[in-house]
Design a protein around this ligand. Structure first.
Ligand code: AMP
Ligand code: MG
Length: 347
């Protein structure tokens, strides 16, 4: 009886301590057309679950608002641009436009989210682009290229957006995930979370660590299954990969990939992927896309102008190009590929 009086509260408080002990909490949600994996470390499970639920609902809203071809705020804006009218936009879409404009500038125009009409022309404004359609006619491509749609055509006045060029169609697919991941990490920080990783299908931002150890992540092998290299994040870092192997159409044995060179209006060839490590997701995502366009010759110059130090570019022939800072950060798994190290200074 006496014993019962003591044992019960002790057991109850032990259970309570066990439940509220800092643990790793992991949840996977499906959004942005991919699996988004969120891990939080060092807080009670229940609290972590609440954070993830709130991120998930905001992510779903972003996905709908910024979708390039499904109904939502961005499609409305694109329709207004096409008609030569203006439309009121919410703060986050305005911010996305401002960031896109800066990043286009810094990439020398290789990252250009105003080329949505070209991306649609090549058949990528639909869920599954692999339908074997022939490439568009050269005159259609060239007409769009010579009309030169860029972010600089947009006019933002009194909360409304319009465009001087009706051939502008916004497609934020090249960096919206980075922007969303930054928002998520900043939101978690505001809530006092110090250790987290938000991973959108291999593109991620991590803060802090896991039980004193760095977050360790794998960069998917672009040619086949498995992991090409492992990277450990330090402090607050983002790792983004752009691959020309994920989304493509194939016609008569030729693959047409989803990253378009705005200068030619044609899909980039010869580059399999680019991985970038940087201190924020928005810039890492835009840079990874821009560096695929830049290719073997131009990537060091474009990385320099975008302020990116850590780059790994994989050529279609298997050669891996690394910036000197990246050499120290990648740990190749399995057979080591042929490697070329190029300085991003000078040249
Ligand atoms: P990512 O996987 O981040 O490289 O994004 C690829 C997506 O960015 C494509 O599916 C297009 O929606 C869009 N895109 C393609 N080419 C460009 C480009 N040159 N600049 C900006 N966005 C692009
Ligand atoms: Mg990108």
């Amino acid at each position: 009886m006496r014993l019962g009086r003591w044992i019960l509260p002790i057991v109850a408080s032990l259970i309570l301590v066990a439940c509220s002990r800092p643990v790793s909490y992991n949840q996977t949600i499906y959004v942005f057309g991919t699996l988004v994996d969120i891990t939080l470390w060092g807080m009670p499970r229940e609290k972590a679950r609440e954070h993830v639920a709130s991120l998930a609902s905001r992510f779903r809203q972003m996905h709908q608002d910024w979708h390039a071809w499904q109904p939502g705020a961005l499609r409305e804006l694109n329709a207004a641009i096409e008609q030569g009218s203006s439309v009121a936009v919410q703060d986050d879409l305005r911010l996305l436009i401002e960031r896109a404009t800066q990043l286009q500038q810094r990439s020398g125009g290789l990252f250009n989210p105003a080329i949505g009409k070209l991306i649609a022309l090549w058949g990528f404004h639909k869920d599954d682009p692999l339908d074997g359609r022939p490439p568009p006619h050269a005159h259609e491509i060239d007409a769009l290229v010579s009309s030169n749609p860029t972010m600089n055509d947009l006019i933002m006045e009194n909360g409304e957006v319009s465009s001087r060029n009706r051939n502008v169609r916004l497609d934020f697919g090249g960096f919206a995930k980075g922007f969303a991941v930054d928002w998520a990490i900043e939101e978690l920080r505001r809530q006092g979370v110090a250790n987290a990783i938000v991973n959108t299908g291999g593109d991620l931002r991590a803060i802090g660590d896991k039980d004193g150890k760095p977050w360790r992540i794998g960069v998917r092998h672009p040619q086949g299954e498995g992991v090409l290299a492992a990277i450990e994040t330090v402090g607050d870092e983002s790792v983004f990969t752009s691959g020309n192997y994920e989304r493509y159409n194939e016609h008569q044995g030729v693959r047409y990939a989803h990253i378009i060179d705005p200068r030619s209006g044609r899909p980039v060839a010869g580059i399999t992927s680019v991985t970038v490590i940087h201190d924020n997701g928005t810039e890492a995502d835009a840079a990874a896309t821009a560096l695929v366009v830049a290719g073997v010759e131009e990537w060091p110059r474009v990385a320099r102008s975008m302020g990116i130090l850590h780059v790994m570019l994989v050529e279609e022939n298997g050669t891996v190009h690394l910036s000197p800072s990246m050499v120290k950060r990648v740990e190749f798994q399995g057979e080591k590929p042929p490697i070329t190290v190029t300085s991003i200074r000078g040249k």
